[in-house]
Design a protein around this ligand. Structure first.
Ligand code: SF4
Length: 739
């Protein structure tokens, strides 16, 4: 049966109840009672550093709206030690923002969005989900989660999709973020925790190599540890761009985009030739070195020099510094967001294992996780192949363990679903996914080949977007459900160190919104699974999550809300309430059954698309310090928009001359997938063969219109960091005419 989209449009009886159209303007409501100022310690809504902040409010719950929250960095939180970036300082602007959604919106037959009651909206969604499932089977339904969701929400979303929708298809935007590092660490160490040590260890390492991570812009407070480290050691930065971070380095390796794997293998080649391999460590703590040794020796350093643009002398200096008494290699999205991201991470772990650094004091390999709960999000079962605690959905024992906690038969659990990009690519009648629920993710901007994804979203028979603001993804939604934000609800997050922390409610949510948890549970109720989705609050969900992860790799069973608050967070694994937690991993053993780490031979291969005669330049994407991911939140904050109103393409002066553009001019950048006209910044910080643009904007200036969805074969990470483009100067008058 091919149920047409028109059949699924809102029936008239579900349209706007009159009372919702006449709700008074909340800004006009009087203050009923004012109580003394209250200061609460909580955490920033954005990145994985999860800076501690103190929020002072002078409101009472009866006050609507609450007076503006006063936000300061928490000097006592040991991760940011009293620092925050501009995004954290301005995050309070999101709370009483006039653009907040405060009533569910349903699309009418005329195609406009109209307010509806919660019961009408939830009934509509549930009815459509059931109808589509009856017609096409459970795999026609899917959900897309987020690294911004709390652990409780990520856990509940995974359970909801598998138990209430009975679909295999749940994945999240963390697939676009840390999945290559996660898969690489799993192979090498048997477990994936972004940093296997606290950030304070960074300050104590002799040599720090930041590979494809621009922490000055993405996580400014992290730099306090880097500056401390630099005072007594060496800092190396690998990045095609001379970023703010590269500028403070002792050595900057501006490699050719996409050549990271060749360079990492080349460094190990030189370490072997220079006799810097820690033979005793390799024999005691690892398996598989010989195959890796043979693989990296196949390629001569002079060839690596040609492939990467990094001289043998610079390679030698790097590897000698890394062989210091302590050293650390931390990677960011640069090398990971490639179609060979996992192999590149394995080249990093091979190098640091060979040097004998992993599990040693102030040493080892780590991934600087990006999203606020990118770490917890990937542990809690919202990934297509994973169940809570990093259990695997295709492992019979792991399925049994979860089925026991969820009170179902393991046979009822669906199998592995589609990864993030593949899931979005399968939307619509052709791909078979007819309904999508999106929680906290702006996939229309964040996905590669963005125009294609917009078309796929528009072909759905039911698109439900749960968010605090309308965004690019909700542009074609059938239903938008307004949700509470970070400071308006309780929950836990797991930061880039694996430290489980507590987000506190410090502010009343506007009338008319619900939490994601309330929405998931209300839908489960309507789908006949309510008995498995009734919780007294977020702590009750966390207690179930603790049971669900007991005995698993990411074991949270010994972590309680009370401990988190008392101990400034607790590091997993923590298998018992009297267990101290695990700030430092791999001190004695790795997580493979025999306790040893694995070397994995990996060979360089080119990016899926390289410059050629038609598209002669590299194009790469990244971030501004003022914006976060797809900009769905930060583009709502006036101070951030004033500071960075638009994306600009960075062009080297020589290339600018050749193209005939000047700073502030316009450049049409075109790939095989589409074109974008950007304003130009001429900068000597970029290679002459490469263009760079940030991906925080949607619409006509979405950088991801250009990027190629070539996926890593293991992690299914898209190749955001390398594609081929051509460019042409555009007269400004022509730009203004673009519709
Ligand atoms: S560094 Fe990250 S967590 Fe800290 S204030 Fe900035 S965005 Fe927030």
């Amino acid at each position: 049966m091919d149920s047409g989209r028109s059949e699924l449009l809102t029936p008239p009886e579900l349209l706007t109840p009159p009372e919702l159209l006449t709700l008074p303007d909340p800004l006009a409501l009087p203050i009923l009672r004012v109580v003394d100022a209250v200061t609460t310690r909580t955490h920033c809504p954005y990145c994985a550093l999860q800076c501690g902040m103190e929020v002072t409010t002078t409101s009472a719950v009866e006050t609507m709206p609450a007076p503006r929250a006063d936000i300061r960095p928490d000097p006592a939180f040991p991760v940011n030690r009293g620092q925050m970036c501009i995004k954290g300082f301005t995050s309070g602007d999101l709370l009483d923002h006039p653009g907040r959604l405060t009533a569910p919106l349903l699309r009418t037959r005329a195609g406009r969005l109209a307010p509806a009651s919660w019961d009408a909206a939830l009934d509509f969604v549930a009815e459509r989900l059931v109808r589509l499932r009856d017609a096409y089977g459970p795999a026609a339904l899917a959900a897309f989660g987020s690294g911004a969701l709390t652990n409780e929400k990520a856990y509940l979303l995974g359970k909801f999709v598998r138990v209430a929708l009975r679909s295999p298809h749940v994945d999240y935007n963390g697939r676009y973020c840390m999945s290559s590092a996660a898969a690489g660490q799993n192979k090498a160490f048997g477990v994936d925790r972004g940093l296997p040590f606290p950030v304070s260890d960074i300050a104590r390492t002799k040599t720090l190599l930041l590979w494809g991570a621009n922490s000055c812009d993405t996580m400014p407070p992290l730099m306090q540890w880097v500056h401390e480290q630099r005072a007594g050691g060496k800092l190396i930065v690998v990045d095609p761009r001379r970023t703010e971070t590269a500028r403070v380095a002792d050595l900057h390796l501006a490699l050719t985009p996409g050549s990271d794997l060749a360079l990492a293998n080349g460094l190990l080649h030189l370490a072997i030739e220079e006799k810097l391999v820690a033979a005793d460590y390799v024999a005691r703590r690892t398996e598989g070195f010989e195959a890796v040794r043979r693989a990296v020796l196949e390629v001569h350093p002079a060839h690596v020099e040609r492939q990467t643009g990094i001289s043998i002398e610079q390679q030698l200096r790097t590897v000698r510094w890394l062989a210091a008494e302590s050293s650390m290699l931390l990677s960011g999205r640069g090398p990971e967001q490639q179609s060979k991201g996992v192999d590149t991470v394995l080249a990093f772990t091979n190098l640091m294992l060979a040097l004998g650094k992993v599990g040693q004091p102030a040493s080892g390999y780590g991934c600087i996780t990006g999203q606020g709960n990118g770490q917890g999000g990937r542990e809690m079962g919202q990934k297509a192949d994973q169940l809570p605690g990093y259990r695997l959905i295709e492992d019979p024992e792991h399925r049994e363990a979860l089925a026991r906690v969820w009170g179902i038969d393991a046979a009822q659990l669906p199998g592995k679903g589609k990864s993030a990009y593949e899931l979005l690519d399968a939307l619509g009648p052709e791909g078979g996914i007819r309904a999508l629920l999106v929680f906290g993710s702006n996939v229309a901007v964040a996905s590669p080949n963005a125009r294609h994804i917009e078309r796929r979203l528009a072909s759905l028979e039911l698109l439900v977007v749960c968010d605090a603001f309308e965004n690019d993804t909700s542009a074609t939604a059938d239903v938008i459900l307004p949700v509470a934000q970070w400071a308006e609800e309780e929950g836990t997050m797991t930061n880039l160190e694996g430290r489980v922390i507590s987000r506190r409610q410090v502010h009343a949510a506007p009338r008319g919104v619900k939490t994601d948890v309330e929405i998931i549970c209300a839908l489960a109720e309507r789908l006949g699974e309510g008995a498995r989705f009734r919780y007294a609050g977020s702590e009750a969900i966390f207690d179930e999550l603790r049971r669900a992860t007991a005995g698993a790799k990411a074991d949270y069973s010994g972590i309680t809300y009370e401990r988190i608050r008392r101990e400034q967070g607790v590091f997993w694994p923590c298998p018992a309430e009297d267990h101290a937690g695990t700030p430092r991993m791999f001190l004695e053993r790795f997580a493979h059954a025999d306790g040893k780490a694995r070397f994995v031979p990996v060979r360089h291969r080119p990016a899926a698309e390289l410059p050629d005669a038609q598209y002669p330049y590299y194009f790469t994407t990244g971030r501004y310090k003022e914006h976060y991911n797809s900009g769905a939140q930060t583009r709502q904050v006036a101070a951030l928009v004033d500071a960075r109103p638009e994306p600009r393409v960075e062009v080297h002066p020589r290339l600018a001359t050749r193209l005939g553009v000047v700073d502030g001019g316009a450049l049409r950048v075109e790939s095989r997938r589409g074109e974008v006209t950007f304003t130009v910044t001429v900068s000597a910080n970029i290679r002459p063969d490469t263009l760079f643009a940030p991906f925080h904007w949607g619409g006509r200036v979405a950088a991801n219109i250009l990027t190629k969805p070539a996926l890593d074969p293991t992690s299914r990470m898209p190749e955001f960091k390398v594609c081929a483009v051509r460019a042409q100067a555009v007269a400004l008058a022509v730009v203004e005419d673009v519709p």
